[in-house]
Write a protein that binds this ligand. Structure first.
Ligand code: DX5
Ligand code: ZN
Length: 220
């Protein structure tokens, strides 16, 4: 069985019962808590900010995988380190000096992630891949949960895997958006290491079983 990681996205949680939903993830076979931060500028939606993330961090027992969909993310690197982020992911499209940003994230003791929008080529990471711990391939346009998976993602995963192997990097490939039991196996087969799932987990009547199901399907 492959060791694919599952990262439930708390964007789809019930915010009136946030502690309960964080604890559901704690007690499941999930690997990371995925936390989506949206600023209403980089993406056309605003999610939640520092006080909410602090509350999540208080209850979470698994690594915090923070996905910043914000402009000029350098301004908040230290803040997210202080909040306890394990992985801090910035968008390629939001960084003028990506190399500098990656070094700044690592200097704060976090793993450095880079997310690519569906239109952004993986080949733009040729010169930075060895500095990146996680590449998050967006399989929807970022900003909202519950959107349909973009099928071209499979080709991107394969091409990215080839790039990582060719460069001798140890970067993980994460897929974010529209992940479900329908595409989990094909994504794992293409080379994905981490699957983010929001709606598919939190809209389920039995979320912990759904997380287990995703992990099992991906590992078949
Ligand atoms: C989208 C976010 C995703 C989102 C995934 O902008 O980055 O993490 O929560 O939600 P689903 O799994 O519902 O597509
Ligand atoms: Zn995300």
């Amino acid at each position: 069985m492959s060791s694919i990681k599952i990262a439930p996205s708390l964007l789809a949680a019930d915010f009136g019962n946030l502690q309960r939903d964080v604890e559901m993830v704690n007690d499941s076979v999930a690997d990371w808590h995925h936390i989506d931060v949206m600023d209403g500028v980089f993406v056309p939606n605003i999610s939640y900010g520092m006080p909410v993330i602090k509350a999540i961090a208080t209850h979470a027992t698994k690594p915090l995988d923070v996905h910043l969909m914000i402009v000029d993310p350098d301004r908040y690197i230290k803040t997210f380190a202080d909040l306890g982020a394990t992985v801090l992911t910035v968008h390629y499209e939001a960084c003028t000096h990506l190399h500098r940003t990656l070094q700044a994230i690592k200097a704060e003791g976090m793993k450095a992630g880079v997310a690519l929008n569906p239109h952004t080529s993986i080949h733009l990471l040729e010169d930075t891949i060895k500095d990146i711990d996680v590449v998050c391939l967006m399989s929807v346009n970022p900003g909202f949960g519950g959107q349909s998976f973009i099928e071209n993602t499979y080709e991107k995963v394969k091409a990215l895997k080839e790039l990582i192997d060719r460069k001798g990097a140890s970067t993980l490939i994460e897929i974010d958006g529209g992940v479900s039991s329908k595409n989990a196996k094909a994504l794992a087969d293409a080379g994905a290491d981490v699957l983010v799932a929001g709606s598919f987990v939190f809209k389920s009547a039995h979320p912990q079983e759904t997380i287990k199901e995703l992990k099992e399907i991906a590992g078949e």
